[in-house]
Every structure is written in structure tokens, then in C-alpha cells.
Design a protein around this ligand. Structure first.
Ligand code: UDP
Length: 367
């Protein structure tokens, strides 16, 4: 007889969602995490009355009623709408690409004028699918926007030529001929008013959680505790890097406080120029509009090369890593007692709602 139905390794979005589903079904689970806090990279921390997104900005958005209903059980969401701006060569542009962007770029005032301008400089793919990120961007918005707002940012972010990156990375950015600055097309969007950490505390209510414990250092003893294991850590780490390391993009965060109420006037300001090392500056208080703090917390985000002591952020979607991942995936399928899920175990550039969806599906298939 095992002590628990499930041992869940990782208290991030996949682990916490799975744990909630298990507990709601009246089954018993234990959640462990090697960090000293829950919530994975969604973790937020209060500073000066401001919720700071410690591992980078997390803006929740989805189209799915079931997922939206699920997260609203654990947090009151505000109606934050992500409307980033980008600075390039000293000028400010709106994101995603919309009439404000086209107006600032070319002075055009109507959708027809914008369309003409885009058509005059966009790459004609003659009916074929874009083969890479550069083709995707050039065929959608043309040369000016690509050169000013995409090429520099993307090269800094991924440290690769946009020609060597998949089109899918940028497909998530809408292109609109309307005066609409909303970064996402989704029906639902917002940020938990009290921060993500409180949301995760609520998700994990009544569930046993042990922090600061390393599953892989003692996996046999942990495995004996449960009927099944849900592993949400790095899949290559689980298999002792047998086929080599999977690569990630890492980030360096430089966080500081300014003694002023409002520093940059927006939650997210991107930097398109390639000679500015950082990709964006986050002003955390603007994620909760109406925040009354007299000071402000900012984070400068600079992409960094991957090394195993860094926090893994973005899986790198190139062929070498995809091939390596599929070898690990094959091994994972033969692990009888262990289920792999989440960004690190599935090696996928996931949004939060996609992680929840993946946990729902996994639970339905094995729960
Ligand atoms: N991107 C860009 N310029 C920008 C913002 C994004 O070229 O100002 C591209 C870039 O390739 C990036 C991708 O769009 O990797 C997706 O950006 P998003 O901000 O959605 O990614 P996040 O880092 O928030 O996951």
C-alpha cells in the first residue's frame, strides 16, 4: 500500500493544477518542489505594495470557458489588458502591430492606406507557407516594421538569426488594421489581484506540500511513497542527460526601485534596437491599474545564454533540440509509473493556459 495516490514533482502550473484535480476527486497527493516557494515561474512577491513578477511578467489569457472558470476559483482577476510599446531608434511604437503602429511608422491614417503601405513592401510568398520567422514577419508586415521592431528584438531574445527560427514563435502576435492595442485576441485576460502566489496557495489548499526537496537526488525513496509520479521538471535531467542537454534561453533580471509613482507609464516597454542589450523593462505596478504605491519597482530583462546553473525559461525550438527531445520522449513513454507534464517535461514554449489544458487532458487520461 502506498501512502499517496500521486507524488507530484513541481509546484508550478502543471503540478498545482494536477494536484487540485486529484484532491477534488478525493484522492491523496503529495506535492514536492526543490525551490523554497510554490508557483514555479509564476511566483510573485509583494514589495512596497506592488506584486513583483519575480521570474518575468505573466499575463493570463485564454479563450476556454472551463480554464477561465478553473482559475477564477482561486483568484480574483483584474481586467489588465496587455498593451506593450516598443522603442526603436528613439521612437515609440504600439504593439501588437495595429493602426497605431502603422500611423507612427508611416503617418497613414486609414486601414486602406496602411494596407497599401504593407503590400508595397511585404514579401510575397506566392501561396507557400513561411519557412521561418523572418519570412513570416516580412510576409505579414513588410520591411520597415521587421527591421525596426522585430529583427533586433528577436535576435537578442533567441541569439539566432530570425531565418533560423520557426515561424510559429511570432505567429502569436496579431496584426490588425484596427486601432486596437490589445496584445492578445483571447476572450479572457487578466492578472490575479493579490498576485499569483496567493492564487497557487488557494489551488493547493488542503494538499500536502514540501518545499526545498530534491526528488532526483533520492528518487527511489520518493517513488515508493505513491502509486504514480507526475514529473514536471526538466526531462533531460530526469534521464541524467543521457542524450545530452536540452537547450533553453535564460534571462538575467535586474530589479530596482524608483522613488517615483510612475517611471515609464506602461507595464511592458520593449526595446527593438540590437545595440540595447535588454529586450524589455517591466514596471510591475502597472499590472494592477490603480495601484497606490508612492514608489515603483522595475525589472530590466536581458536574454542570456543557457548553462545548467541558470533558470530555464524558453525552450529553443530548433531541429537539434527537437530531435534530442524526441529521444527523451521515447524513454519517457516507457516509464511505467511516471507521467511527464508541463513546460520543462514536455519541452514546450507554453503559455499558462496551455499548461492548464495539458494538465486537464493528462488527468482525464490517467486520473
Ligand atoms: N517579438 C518581436 N518584437 C517585439 C515583441 C516580440 O520581434 O517587440 C517577437 C520575438 O521573436 C518574440 C516573439 O515575437 O520571441 C514572441 O513575443 P512575446 O512577447 O509574445 O513572447 P514572451 O517573451 O512574452 O513569451
Amino acid at each position: 500500500m502506498c501512502e499517496y495516490d500521486y507524488l507530484i514533482v513541481g509546484a508550478g502550473m502543471f503540478g498545482a493544477t494536477f494536484a487540485r484535480l486529484v484532491a477534488d476527486d478525493g484522492k491523496k497527493c503529495l506535492v514536492i518542489d526543490k525551490r523554497d516557494h510554490i508557483a514555479g515561474n509564476c511566483y510573485t512577491e509583494g514589495r512596497d505594495g506592488i506584486q513583483v513578477h519575480v521570474y518575468g511578467p505573466h499575463i493570463f489569457h485564454c479563450n476556454d470557458d472551463e480554464i477561465w472558470k478553473f482559475v477564477n476559483r482561486f483568484a480574483r482577476f483584474n481586467n489588465f489588458r496587455n498593451q506593450p510599446i516598443s522603442i526603436s531608434e528613439g521612437k515609440i511604437y504600439s504593439l501588437p502591430f495595429n493602426m497605431y503602429t502603422f500611423n507612427h511608422m508611416w503617418g497613414v491614417k486609414t486601414p486602406q492606406e496602411a494596407l497599401e503601405k504593407i503590400t508595397s513592401q511585404k514579401l510575397d510568398l506566392e501561396g507557400r507557407e513561411p519557412q521561418n520567422l523572418e519570412e513570416q514577419a516580412l510576409s505579414q508586415v513588410g520591411t520597415d516594421i521587421y527591421e525596426k521592431l522585430i529583427r533586433g528584438y528577436t535576435t537578442k531574445q533567441w541569439k539566432r538569426d530570425p531565418k533560423d527560427l520557426p515561424a510559429s514563435i511570432i505567429k502569436r502576435l496579431p496584426v490588425r488594421l484596427t486601432w486596437d492595442n490589445n496584445y492578445f485576441n483571447d476572450k479572457y485576460q487578466g492578472i490575479p489581484e493579490d498576485g499569483y502566489t496567493v492564487m497557487f496557495q488557494n489551488m493547493l489548499k488542503g494538499i500536502e506540500v514540501r518545499l526545498g526537496v530534491d526528488y532526483l537526488a533520492n528518487r527511489k525513496a520518493w517513488d515508493e511513497k505513491a502509486r504514480a509520479v507526475i514529473f514536471t521538471g526538466k526531462i533531460d535531467d530526469y534521464f541524467d542527460y543521457r542524450f545530452g542537454e536540452l537547450e533553453y534561453r535564460a534571462l538575467d533580471f535586474d530589479t530596482w526601485i524608483e522613488d517615483t509613482e510612475n517611471y515609464q507609464g506602461n507595464a511592458v516597454v520593449n526595446y527593438g534596437d540590437s545595440d540595447v542589450p535588454w529586450t524589455r523593462i517591466i514596471e510591475h505596478k502597472h499590472f494592477t491599474p490603480g495601484n497606490k504605491s508612492t514608489r515603483t519597482v522595475l525589472t530590466k530583462e536581458t536574454p542570456a545564454n543557457w548553462s545548467s546553473e541558470k533558470v530555464p525559461y524558453y525552450p529553443v525550438s530548433d531541429k537539434a533540440n527537437a530531435d534530442r527531445y524526441s529521444k527523451y520522449r521515447e524513454l519517457a513513454e516507457n516509464e511505467e509509473k511516471v507521467v511527464f507534464g508541463g513546460r520543462l517535461a514536455e519541452y514546450k514554449y507554453y503559455d499558462m493556459h496551455q499548461v492548464i489544458d495539458s494538465a486537464f487532458k493528462k488527468y482525464k487520461s490517467i486520473g
